[in-house]
Design a protein around this ligand. Structure first.
Ligand code: SF4
Length: 332
């Protein structure tokens, strides 16, 4: 297919700059051209994504951090995950941390200018007997002036209500990939189970942060399907993770995504989801290299998870803040 000229991306994003979304036709055109775009055309796409971000949120980047409050021994078989009990990995294992310890970690983050702090637990769902401790932790985090977020698996309405009453600001639950590709990634739960969590949150008026993991072997059609499902689900924030292959997991031998392809994914997500936070999370040093780990921010992202990921250490918060400032962004 001949490459269109560099005016094409600018024309494509006009409705986005005016506050709208891509039409079905424009979306198909984007997905036909962006994966193979080269040279000046690819740079024009990146500039278009950046222009949409600037028009929507300016130079602000939403910063968040997480704590792995409960790690390992998970009964699910997500093929990428170091914490699944189905695979032999070197991931740390520990029971739920005390509320005091979680709140102390939140206080450290609050002192570094990070606005959101997420409590993350492995497993299908945090059991009822642990909900009081999580609720106490969320209350303490909220009292620090942080947005108290949580990622605790497939919770039911009763559990979500309890956490909301305790101060839950947003619930995180990734869909991971498209509905069609999901069974190749996880067989112990259904895509529909995950989607129902998002719907449940919406019914309860709990803002939802949900995204996925890229580099699993999914196609561009899978990526577009995931983006559209998230758009329709009404999520406000989309975590973008890149596979960091973990030895011992079924995806342990997969190659890391080339940085160039990861950048195209960020561009595509910004254009498909113009008014949502595109939040760069796990895997960025593995894909972009430690010295260029903020590179995806210039491709239209406006959110960043700082500090450690669940099972891998990250750069210091201060180093990321300095890096963002050097690129003209302000962490908020
Ligand atoms: S991604 Fe979550 S649900 Fe899946 S195996 Fe890992 S900890 Fe369990």
């Amino acid at each position: 297919m001949p490459q269109p000229d560099t005016a094409f991306p600018r024309e494509l994003v006009q409705p986005l700059l005016a506050g709208g979304y891509l039409s079905d036709t424009a979306r198909d055109a984007l997905l036909a051209v962006l994966p193979e775009a080269a040279g000046a055309l690819l740079e024009a796409f990146a500039a278009a994504a950046d222009a949409v971000r600037r028009a929507r949120v300016g130079s602000a980047v939403s910063l968040c951090a997480i704590i792995s409050a409960k790690s390992g021994r998970c009964g699910e078989d997500c093929a990428f995950c170091a914490q699944s009990g189905h695979y032999a990995t070197a991931a740390p294992e520990h029971a739920l941390l005390s509320p005091e310890r979680i709140i102390a970690a939140g206080a450290a983050v609050a002192g570094q200018g990070v606005a959101r702090f997420g409590v993350v637990a492995s497993g299908r769902a945090v059991p009822d007997r642990e909900l009081d401790a999580v609720a106490e932790a969320l209350s303490g985090i909220a009292a620090l002036g942080l947005a108290a977020d949580a990622s605790l698996g497939v919770l039911d309405a009763g559990a979500l209500r309890r956490l909301k009453a305790a101060g839950l600001a947003a619930y995180h639950h990734n869909l991971e990939t498209s509905r069609a590709f999901y069974p190749a990634i996880c067989t112990t739960r259904r895509f529909e189970d995950n989607l129902e969590v998002l719907r449940q949150c919406r019914r309860l008026d709990i803002p939802v942060c949900s995204g996925g993991l890229f580099g699993l072997g999914e196609t561009w059609a899978d990526r577009a399907d995931l983006a559209l499902t998230l758009l329709e689900a009404g999520v406000f924030s989309i975590p973008v993770n890149f596979l960091n292959p973990i030895p011992g997991t079924p995806l342990g031998a997969r190659p890391v995504l080339p940085a160039d392809e990861a950048r195209r994914i960020v561009i595509a997500l910004r254009l498909l989801l113009p008014d949502r936070h595109i939040r760069i999370c796990g895997g960025r040093p593995a894909v972009f290299g430690p010295d260029a780990a903020l590179a995806p921010m210039a491709a239209g992202a406006d959110g960043l998870m700082v500090g450690d990921s669940l099972t891998t250490a990250g750069a210091s918060v201060e180093a990321d803040r300095r890096g963002l400032a050097a690129l003209g962004f302000t962490g908020v």
